[in-house]
Design a protein around this ligand. Structure first.
Ligand SMILES: C[S@@+](CC[C@H](N)C(=O)[O-])C[C@H]1O[C@@H](n2cnc3c(N)ncnc32)[C@H](O)[C@@H]1O
Length: 214
C-alpha cells in the first residue's frame, strides 16, 4: 500500500498521483531553491526541465528566464497536465510548453537549450549513460546540465539500500559515479555541491564548446 503510493514519484497516475504531484510541488521547494543558487539563469535562457512533475520548478525558472522559454517533459500524462495548469499563463503566452515524452527520446532538435535541468528524477532513468547522451545532444555547446537530488550516497558507500532507495529500487549515484557517467557522455567541468546537513546533492556539468578553427 505504502509502496504503491510512493511509486507515484516514479510515474504519477490516478488519485495517488495527483496527491503526490501536489506534495512534490511544495515539498521540493527548499531543495530546488538551494540547488538553483548554483545555476546562473539569464533572462534570455532557453531551458528544458526533464521529469518536470507538477511544474513548480518550471514556474521558478520562468521568473528568472523572463525573456526566454522554459519547456518541460515528463513521461507521465498526469504530470504533463499538472505542469501545464501550474504554468498556464506562461503556456498561453508561448513562454512555456510541456510535452509527454521520455528522457530516452527527447522531442527536440540538437543544440536547442542553454540549460537542461533534472530535479529528483535521474533515479528513475532507464539507461543513465544513454539518457545522458540524449541530454548532451539537445544542449547548445557551452550549455549546462543541472541535477538536484535528495537521495544521495557517499563515494565508496557499498552498504545495502535502505529507506526510499530500497522501497523504490532507486538508482542513487555518488559524486564519483556522477563524475564518471557525465564525463563518459562528453560533459566537462563537472561540479558537485553537497549540503551535508540535509544530504542534498547538486551537480552541474558543461557541454564543451566545439572547436572553431576560424
Ligand atoms: C520524483 S518526481 C520529481 C518531479 C519534479 N521534478 C520535482 O522535483 O518535483 C520524478 C518525475 O520524473 C518523471 N520521470 C521518471 N522517469 C522518467 C523518464 N524516463 N522520462 C521522463 N520523465 C520521467 C516522473 O514521471 C515524475 O514526474
Amino acid at each position: 500500500m505504502l509502496k504503491k503510493f510512493f511509486e507515484n514519484t516514479r510515474h504519477p497516475e490516478g488519485l495517488g498521483g495527483r496527491i503526490m504531484l501536489a506534495m512534490m510541488n511544495s515539498g521540493h521547494v527548499s531543495m530546488a531553491k538551494w540547488g538553483l543558487s548554483f545555476l546562473p539563469i539569464r533572462p534570455e535562457h532557453h531551458i528544458l526541465d526533464i521529469g518536470c512533475g507538477g511544474g513548480a520548478n518550471m514556474a521558478v525558472m520562468l521568473q528568472q528566464a523572463s525573456e526566454g522559454k522554459v519547456c518541460g517533459i515528463d513521461y507521465s500524462a498526469l504530470s504533463v497536465e499538472k505542469a501545464i495548469s501550474v504554468n498556464q499563463d506562461a503556456v498561453a503566452e508561448g513562454r512555456a510548453e510541456v510535452r509527454q515524452a521520455s528522457v530516452s527520446e527527447l522531442p527536440y532538435d540538437a543544440e536547442t537549450f542553454d540549460i537542461v535541468t533534472a530535479f529528483e528524477t535521474v533515479y528513475f532513468w532507464p539507461d543513465f549513460q544513454n539518457d545522458l547522451r540524449e541530454v548532451y545532444r539537445v544542449l547548445k555547446p557551452g550549455g549546462v546540465f543541472f541535477i538536484c537530488n535528495e537521495e544521495t550516497r557517499q563515494d565508496g558507500d557499498q552498504s545495502p539500500a535502505k529507506g526510499f532507495e530500497k522501497l523504490l529500487s532507486l538508482n542513487v549515484y555518488s559524486p564519483q559515479e556522477f563524475h564518471v557517467h557525465l564525463t563518459g557522455a562528453g560533459f566537462r567541468d563537472v561540479t558537485i555541491h553537497y549540503a551535508e546537513k540535509k544530504s542534498w546533492l547538486c551537480v552541474t556539468a558543461v557541454k564543451p564548446k566545439t572547436f572553431d578553427p576560424l
